[in-house]
Design a protein around this ligand. Structure first.
Ligand SMILES: [Zn+2]
Length: 377
């Protein structure tokens, strides 16, 4: 792997998807904190001894990691095969080495007995676990690091109850490291995605892996962890990168609420709808607002007249999106436009499905949409 273009291929990722995830990150789509509650109670401060690496591995890291798996026994058996040891002279970075078939994967790192080492041990042990549960089939690096980051989160979550003091330190370390992954590393990745010939560096894997791990972790317990860790070369299918990219358009809806609907004055209603659609178009990515205004007005008015336009309001009655459709000569309905500039594509789609139910097959046509993957039903 030489440059970012190879990296995208390896991860089965489009350049645009990568750029959308970066944009979603910058619009604070993933900003919610996993660890905002202060759980430190008075008088229940336990201090776990951390000097002995083997003991920490057996008594803290193994139970913490195994607790996240639906099949706890398989996870425990795999963890028991791992061999933590200290780095050889001259080696710097902690790493996990998968020795040949039947051999024990070795987790190599320095050990000074601090919380940072415990975190590192959980990270590397999660790599070992992912290697063994995938039958040593190689995972693309973003997926590999996502597994390791999930290992860190399992550790932190486990310590919440077991040792609130250690939990507090681990949380601090996690936030510090996140600042690095989503700061410098994200900037580098963002630059690289703009220039396909940028040289590959392993650190470019961390930003998406960090976000993916937190997004996945919020699902709570379930067998998704088992499936991800055992997925090997197929691992990218288990990461929510498309969902992350789709949040790129999520910006707060700044439109004022519509007044309650007024069946007694249909013309006023129609003009309100027309105004709302125009406002939505002005905010839409590839705007209809670039069209000749007379054509634009005539087209929308025609749709309103034919009752082939549909406006969706959000819970505060603000215009959130609209769609128009035509009837093809074969009698089929074809959606000609779906605009939801504030990210409400799914609710527009759902409302539209309800609105057009029982009218036969519906197809979609997106001549200028930036989101071509929108499908009809
Ligand atoms: Zn790693």
């Amino acid at each position: 792997m030489h440059n970012i273009s190879h990296w995208l291929d390896l991860h089965d990722l489009e350049q645009l998807t990568g750029q959308d995830i970066v944009a979603a990150f910058h619009s604070k789509a993933f900003a919610q904190s996993l660890f905002e509650k202060n759980v430190l109670g008075e008088g229940d401060q336990i201090r776990t001894a951390l000097e002995d690496q083997q003991l920490v591995f057996q008594t803290i890291v193994c139970p913490a990691l195994a607790s996240g798996f639906a099949d706890t026994n398989s996870a425990r058996q795999a963890l028991n095969q791992l061999k933590p040891q200290t780095l050889d002279a001259g080696e710097h970075r902690p790493h996990t080495v998968a020795t040949g078939v039947g051999g024990q994967p070795v987790v190599a790192m320095t050990w000074a007995g601090g919380p940072r080492d415990v975190m590192c041990l959980a990270h590397e042990a999660a790599h070992g676990l992912q290697v063994l549960l995938s039958d040593r089939e190689l995972m693309p690096p973003v997926a590999r690091e996502t597994c390791a980051f999930i290992g860190e989160l399992l550790l932190i979550n486990h310590m919440r109850q077991c040792d609130p003091v250690l939990f507090q330190s681990l949380t601090g370390i996690w936030k510090q490291q996140t600042a690095q992954y989503l700061g410098k590393n994200m900037d580098d990745l963002s630059f690289a995605l703009g220039d396909m010939l940028t040289a590959y560096h392993y650190d470019l894997n961390y930003p998406f892996a960090r976000i993916a791990s937190t997004q996945l972790f919020q699902r709570g317990s379930g067998d998704w962890i088992d499936r991800l860790f055992s997925s090997g070369a197929d691992a990218m299918k288990h990461l929510p990168l498309d969902v992350m990219a789709n949040r790129a358009g999520d910006i707060p809806n700044h439109l004022p609420p519509m007044p309650p609907s007024d069946a007694a004055h249909p013309a006023v209603e129609a003009y309100r709808s027309l105004g709302a659609m125009a406002l939505l178009d002005i905010d839409h990515w590839h705007g209809e607002c670039e069209r000749n205004i007379e054509d634009y007005y005539a087209r929308l008015l025609g749709h309103l007249h034919d009752r082939t336009a549909f406006l969706v309001l959000d819970e505060a009655r603000r215009p959130a999106g609209y769609a128009t459709w035509i009837k093809t000569p074969s009698g089929q309905l074809e959606i000609t436009r779906q605009a939801a500039p504030f990210g409400g594509y799914l609710s527009l789609q759902k409302s539209l499905e309800r609105h057009l139910a029982d009218r036969g097959p519906v197809s979609a046509c997106h001549p200028r949409s930036a989101r071509q993957e929108q499908v009809a039903w």
